[in-house]
Design a protein around this ligand. Structure first.
Ligand SMILES: [Zn+2]
Length: 428
């Protein structure tokens, strides 16, 4: 997006596309953007010097009108804009208001060096966390997204989607109790709460403009105190991705909740295209024409059928044979789906209701612990209540399970996405 706007990026003196904050030069000619500077200067996180459309266009035009390349480069570096974007010809667009940030790429990927804080995780701890990432993949429905690789050994496989799932789904569970000081964990949970708010299906303008803005401003201020520590040698802790969080409220006010313009959907579609291309090559090479058939009729076969009276629910053929695993589920209203029962019942004539198809679910509810030290719903593996049969209309969402303890009987954290990603269809 920044390229479309012809932004110079971290090499410019004013690297932010939304405001005119002055960067501080650090390693590799990169400019970092802490609000509170080591020299005592500061920008108010809640009152940044925002770029306006007219200023943006004037700055871009001034670069275009430079009489020499050297002068154009000087002006580009000073303003952070390389020239007039071709999209500026569209009167319906406003710079920078029409170009909201993509939440997927704001997930901070910070590799902090040793500072004066107690937030560095020991290698053995990181290895343990990595193993839990992989284990959680076995108990997380694919509707949540692709499996998260081992963060200790497979960081090179991480995509923006992996970082999103890691941050919002896994990290709150696997990082609990890992830091020597709890404030780092609490601070991290604050970011997860902010992300989840940004992905809500609906948000009031008043909440975004006041509460959310204040929460993000405080989070970034605390972040700089914990990790940047107002130390010039630690400038790399303050990249644009951290600063850009401060612009999220305006992005939402301009463009709506961030799921309406984040790249999750675009990247999923791109991955689907790549899979089809690879699938075709494998199909031809190994003559797997039937097994890898993605033609429309085969898709229809895979997509199941609808039962009258149960709008929005599709029943698929069973994919597994033999008894289903009994290693699933958790707390209050959580449970393991054992079986779907579809049948038509012939009601006696004296009943007013006409005969109709029924779709029921056999559920094994999990046992909720009476007292739980965890800040999220959990259940102990294998602890269930008696099986219940309920109408499938009462099922609301898929649940992921993440191993939550390091010793004793296995305890799973239960995680659902009521408003986004895997369960978005439900909210629609
Ligand atoms: Zn900015």
């Amino acid at each position: 997006m920044a390229k479309l706007m012809r932004m110079k990026g971290p090499n410019g003196l004013r690297p932010c596309r939304t405001c005119k904050i002055l960067g501080i030069s650090g390693e590799n000619n990169t400019h970092y953007v802490p609000c509170f500077r080591h020299d005592g200067e500061f920008y108010d996180p809640l009152d940044l010097p925002l770029r306006t459309h007219d200023e943006f266009i004037d700055d871009a035009v001034s670069v275009e009108k430079a009489t020499t390349n050297a002068e154009a480069e000087r002006r580009a570096k000073d303003t952070g804009i390389n020239g007039l974007p071709v999209l500026a010809t569209l009167s319906s667009l406003e710079f920078p208001a029409s170009f909201g940030h993509d939440l997927m790429h704001l997930i901070p990927e910070n590799k902090l060096d040793v500072g004066t804080g107690d937030y560095i995780l020991q290698p053995k701890v990181v290895e343990d966390i990595g193993r839990n990432c992989v284990a959680a993949g076995d108990t997380t429905p694919t509707a949540f997204g692709a499996r998260v690789p081992n963060i200790a050994t497979q960081l090179h496989y991480f995509t923006a989607e992996s970082y999103t799932l890691w941050t919002t789904l896994l990290a709150p569970v696997v990082l609990r109790g890992r830091f020597p000081h709890k404030r780092y964990y609490d601070h991290f949970l604050g970011l997860v709460d902010i992300f989840n708010d940004c992905l809500s299906m609906s948000l009031s303008r008043e909440y975004v403009d006041n509460d959310l803005r204040a929460r993000i401003g405080k989070w970034v201020t605390d972040y700089e105190r914990y990790y940047y520590q107002y130390d010039e040698s630690r400038l790399s802790a303050c990249p644009l991705t951290i600063h850009a969080l401060l612009h999220i409220p305006d992005d939402i006010l301009n463009g709506g909740p961030m799921w309406t313009y984040w790249n999750y959907i675009t990247e999923s579609f791109s991955r689907r295209l790549r899979e089809i291309a690879q699938n075709t090559a494998i199909k031809v090479k190994y003559q797997l024409y039937t097994e890898l058939d993605l033609s429309p009729w085969h898709e229809e076969e895979l997509s199941g059928h609808v039962v009258a009276g149960y709008n929005g629910i599709r029943v698929l053929r069973p994919r597994a044979t033999g008894p289903l695993s009994n290693r699933l589920t958790t707390a209050v209203a959580y449970g393991q789906l054992l079986r779907l029962l579809e049948f038509t019942i012939a009601l006696p004539p004296e009943c007013d209701t006409a005969s109709c198809p029924l779709l029921l679910a056999a559920i094994r509810p999990v046992k909720e612990p009476k007292k739980s030290p965890y800040p999220f719903p959990v259940y102990q593996d294998g602890q269930f209540r008696p099986i219940e049969v309920i109408d499938v209309d009462d099922l609301s969402c898929l649940v992921a399970r993440v191993p939550a303890n390091r010793r004793g009987p296995l305890v799973y954290a239960l995680y659902e996405h009521p408003d986004s990603m895997g369960s978005a269809v439900e909210a629609e």
